[in-house]
Design a protein around this ligand. Structure first.
Ligand SMILES: [Zn+2]
Length: 143
C-alpha cells in the first residue's frame, strides 16, 4: 500500500488516498477514476511528498548555540595561548611533574606547567595539597 497526497485542481482540496501501488494510481488516473472527494472533479493530481521541513525555530537556536560556542571557543583559545606562552607543556607527565615541582624546592621557581591529567590524578594532587586547575582544552586542528 502506498499513500499519496492528492490535490484537486478544481477546488484545491487536499486529501490522502491509499493505492495498492504507484502503478495502480497511474491506472486509475488514466481511466479518470480518481475523483475529488468534495467536488467530484477528475482534475486530481498527486502532490510531491514534501520531505519533513526543518523547524525554523530550532534552526535559529542552532545558530545561537553556534555563536555561543564560537565565543566560548575564542575565550578558551585565548587561555590556551596564554598558557602556552607562560607554562611548560609536560603532556601526559602532568601529575609527575606537578609532584616534582611541589616536593622539590629547587624547582619552585621554574615555570608553571600544563599537561594532561585524569580527574583521578587531579583528585590525588589536591589531596596532597598541590594546586592544579582543570581547564577546558580545545584540540588543535590537525592541519
Ligand atoms: Zn475538488
Amino acid at each position: 500500500m502506498i499513500k499519496y497526497k492528492l490535490l484537486c485542481k478544481n477546488c484545491e482540496l487536499k486529501f490522502d488516498s491509499w493505492f495498492a501501488s504507484s502503478n495502480e494510481y497511474e491506472r486509475l488516473k488514466k481511466r479518470n477514476l480518481l475523483t475529488c472527494h468534495k467536488c467530484n472533479s477528475v482534475d486530481v493530481k498527486k502532490t510531491i511528498m514534501a520531505p519533513q521541513l526543518i523547524n525554523s525555530k530550532s534552526k535559529t537556536d542552532d545558530k545561537i548555540n553556534l555563536e555561543k560556542y564560537n565565543k566560548v571557543k575564542k575565550t578558551i583559545i585565548g587561555y590556551q595561548k596564554f598558557i602556552k606562552e607562560n607554562f611548560k607543556y609536560v603532556g601526559d607527565n602532568f601529575a609527575y611533574e606537578a609532584r616534582s615541582i611541589h616536593y622539590n624546592n629547587s624547582k619552585k621557581k621554574s615555570k608553571g606547567i600544563y599537561g594532561k591529567a585524569s580527574s583521578n590524578d587531579l583528585k590525588e594532587l589536591k589531596e596532597e595539597g598541590i594546586d592544579a586547575q582543570l581547564i577546558p582544552w580545545i584540540g588543535e586542528d590537525k592541519n
